[in-house]
Design a protein around this ligand. Structure first.
Ligand code: ADP
Ligand code: MG
Length: 253
């Protein structure tokens, strides 16, 4: 079996700004293997985004620990954590948050220049390779107002991969897209997984979740169940989705 890429133990996140306190995550244990594609599902408000943010060091859990390839993230300083986020993790959100006055290419380039300011040529050729690989090389010079939502998300995947992260986190990456753009973006993410990057994705769309090897189901901040789907193949897309749908319905999804 592959080594563990990400390991959460008794992870909790409580908000004490309200009375009574809100236990958004309540003792989550989770192991993600190197190169695995895992999806987090659950009703709105069940804690999916909070879990993703605690796993990726964007939010600090109030209890428990998270290890990235053996490094405990919960004891790092903010500076150490942001270095790890920049160099070893990639992020794709529902909205790309690209800078409107820069080209697509420069938006993708920015984090690479940040991470290795002494190697602009290396960063530049990696950007061109990624734009080519994800089919948007011809859009490199455009602004975000001049491309479709699906193309923007493919560009955000390139941006997330520009520092060659070992793990990619995605929170509802297709949440703002229509069906054909969703398929496009999921094809790109399936490619990311095929290239060996560990992938942790939150989605509420069964067709997207069916791409994963494993789906975990969150309810009120705890993992109540998991479904192992195995490696994805396009030929089995329909039966996989049917199997996932039946599983979800039995969990009141
Ligand atoms: P999901 O992504 O599954 O929709 P979230 O992780 O965004 O859920 O939120 C889970 C719960 O945490 C929600 O009930 C939300 O109201 C609560 N929550 C999020 N942020 C705060 C906060 N700053 N203070 C109090 N409660 C919060
Ligand atoms: Mg969310």
């Amino acid at each position: 079996m592959s080594p563990i890429a990400l390991h959460a133990r008794r992870l909790s996140r409580t908000y004490r700004t309200t009375s009574p306190p809100v236990h958004v995550l309540d003792g989550i244990d989770l192991e993600v293997r190197d190169g695995e594609f895992i999806v987090i599902m659950g009703a709105s408000g069940s804690g999916k985004s909070t879990l993703l943010y605690c796993l990726s060091g964007m939010d600090r859990p109030t209890g428990g620990s998270v290890e990235l390839a053996g490094t405990d993230l919960t004891v790092l300083t903010a500076k150490e954590m942001s270095r790890i986020r920049l160099t070893r993790m990639g992020f794709v959100f529902q909205q790309a948050h690209f800078l409107a006055n820069l080209s697509i290419r420069d938006n993708v380039l920015l984090p690479a220049l940040n991470a290795s300011p002494n190697d602009p040529d290396g960063a530049s050729s990696r950007v061109d390779m990624l734009l080519e690989r994800f089919g948007i090389a011809e859009l490199a010079g455009r602004r975000i107002t001049q491309v479709s939502g699906g193309q923007i998300q493919r560009a955000s995947i390139c941006r997330a991969l520009v520092c060659s992260p070992e793990i990619l986190f995605a929170d509802e990456p297709t949440g703002a897209l229509n069906t054909s753009m969703t398929t496009d973006v999921m094809d790109a993410l399936t490619q990311v997984h095929a290239d060996g990057t560990t992938l942790v994705m939150v989605t509420h769309e069964p067709a997207c979740a069916a791409r994963a090897e494993r789906v975990i189901y969150l309810r009120d901040g705890t993992v109540v169940d998991e479904l192992r789907l195995g490696a994805w193949t396009a030929a089995e897309a329909v039966p996989r989705e049917d199997r996932l749908l039946a599983w979800l319905r039995a969990r009141d999804f």
